[in-house]
Design a protein around this ligand. Structure first.
Ligand code: PLP
Length: 483
């Protein structure tokens, strides 16, 4: 056979495909047989790979063998049930199968016509998700790769909607000095969006937070008034439901009232905790979000959907279109011009679009509302349990309230001066992560080094959280004994 033409033969695909699926099944059954955090040095993986591409094609056996031998040791296992860093995520069975089928179909959903099912399933899956989190009708949903991109699109739409200046047509020159408001605890993606849109970091005013790390709505009101006096043009507030460091929830109803009174666009970044609203007792997380102009929540964070899949909702699809739609001749279709079909390319930056809705739809169908809520509820129960163990231990203290399943804490053994705690906690985190038995990350709260344990992987059980807690306490003892 001439291997210089055509694809992998179907029989070969079937054989390797079966083996790959078997490998995945075995991997998902025991991801904990690997160290959760990759134990490799910088450059180690690159050094193990050839510097030049192969001249001739290689057999799949050799490629898959190198996947196990060279690549796997450099993988940090986000599927590991003791992955507690950042926000833990899950590649769930139905989501992985959805990815497989989507990549096999390999459709580009840029236009309705280029794959009608991709567009219409996206409309349906996002409408289901909207219902699951209790948002009212009237929000158009679209899948973006990340919350960062969704927030960028939200801000672009906001400035078209709120100001008289035609940013899209005329550029920023000659326009008002725009000001965006977000809390000191907001995710960096909001500020990054401002950078990309030409607002500059000066165009972002960070509002102070209260004791529980929630935006101070009165400080927001004062800031807007002050800025107007100084010639700024306030245009948007980005509130956060579930801040990255502590998962605090901004007072969205109060912020929405200010936005209404001031004529500002309200964008809600619920990338992580917006998903909690799937649990009936945690519907409150999205209270006030029904008044938002745009919202982002991430199924790829806490809804068991493989990365990437971010759900962006907007109450003004016509504004998104006004901000982004640009249709050259080669993308015109009769369906878009003569019927009601939606071309998703008109509602954001990207033209080409993966069929991400398939995996989300499969996740929503496979687990169902009850199954999703039960899993999220259990994560929250485990987070609360860990918070209780920390509170009961005199050598530790919690650094923030725990509204959901992410716990912020630090070691504070008696007899240690406050200035020693920074180094001690950083050393403790490194020691825990170096064991490969659990992986936690950190943040700083009010200038103090803080460990974060984020429970959100679908395979995490109480035993994993108990083990992690025992590991943290054990490593602290070891560090104290050694010093
Ligand atoms: N917003 C919040 C509150 C986050 O915590 C994160 C990531 O952790 C993001 C936005 C960015 O998410 P993405 O990686 O989807 O851009």
């Amino acid at each position: 056979m001439d291997r210089r033409q055509g694809d992998m033969p179907p029989e070969e695909f079937e054989e390797h495909g079966r083996r790959a699926v078997e490998w995945v099944a075995e991997y998902l059954a025991h991801p904990d047989r690997f160290p959760v955090l990759a134990q490799v040095a910088p450059g180690q993986i690159r050094a193990a790979l050839p510097a030049h591409p192969p001249e001739q094609g290689e057999p799949m056996e050799a490629i898959l063998a190198d996947f196990e031998r060279v690549i796997l040791p450099g993988i940090t296992h986000w599927n590991h049930p003791s992955f507690f860093a950042y926000f833990a995520i899950s590649g769930s069975g139905p989501g992985i199968l959805g990815e497989l089928l989507a990549s096999a179909l390999n459709v580009n959903g840029m236009l309705w016509k280029t794959s009608p099912a991709a567009t219409e399933l996206e409309e349906v899956a996002l409408d289901w998700l909207r219902q699951l989190v209790g948002l009212p009708e009237g929000f158009m949903g679209i899948i973006m790769d990340t919350a960062s991109m969704a927030s960028l699109c939200a801000l672009a739409a906001a400035r078209e909607a709120v100001t008289e200046h035609r940013f899209r047509e005329d550029g920023a020159a000659g326009g008002p000095r725009l000001r965006l408001y977000t809390s000191e605890q907001a995710h960096s993606s909001i500020e990054k969006a401002a950078i990309v849109l030409g607002l500059g970091r000066a165009g972002v005013r960070k509002i102070s937070v209260d004791d529980a790390f929630r935006m101070d709505a009165e400080a927001l009101r004062t800031a807007v008034a002050e800025d107007r006096r100084e010639g700024w043009r306030p245009f948007c507030v980005a509130a956060t439901v579930g801040t990255t460091s502590t998962t605090s929830v901004d007072p969205v109803p109060a912020i929405a009232a200010i936005c209404r009174a001031e004529g500002l666009w309200l964008h809600v970044d619920g990338a992580y905790a917006g998903i909690a609203a799937v649990v009936p007792e945690f519907r409150w997380a999205l209270a006030g979000a029904e008044q938002a102009d745009s919202i982002v929540i991430n199924p790829h964070k806490w809804l068991f959907t493989p990365i990437d899949c971010s759900a962006f909702y907007c109450r003004h699809p016509e504004v998104l279109r006004a901000a982004f739609s640009l249709v050259p001749e080669y993308l015109r279709t009769a369906e878009a011009e003569q019927t009601e079909v939606r071309d998703f390319m008109d509602y954001g930056v990207q033209l080409g679009r993966r069929f991400r809705a398939l995996k989300l739809w499969m996740v929503l169908r496979y687990f169902g509302r009850e199954g999703l809520a039960a899993r999220l509820r259990e994560h929250i129960r485990l987070g609360q349990a860990l918070a209780g163990w920390i509170d009961a231990d005199p050598d530790f203290e919690r650094m923030a309230p725990t509204p959901f399943s992410t716990v912020c804490f630090r070691a504070r053994p008696s007899g240690r001066p406050p200035e020693a705690l920074e180094g001690l906690n950083a050393a403790l985190l490194d020691a825990v992560n170096a064991t490969g038995r659990a992986y936690l990350s950190h943040t700083k709260l009010r200038g103090r080094y803080t460990m974060r344990c984020a429970i959100g992987n679908i395979r995490t059980t109480e035993a994993h959280v108990r083990d992690a807690w025992a590991l943290i306490r054990g490593e602290l003892r070891r560090l104290l004994d050694a010093s």
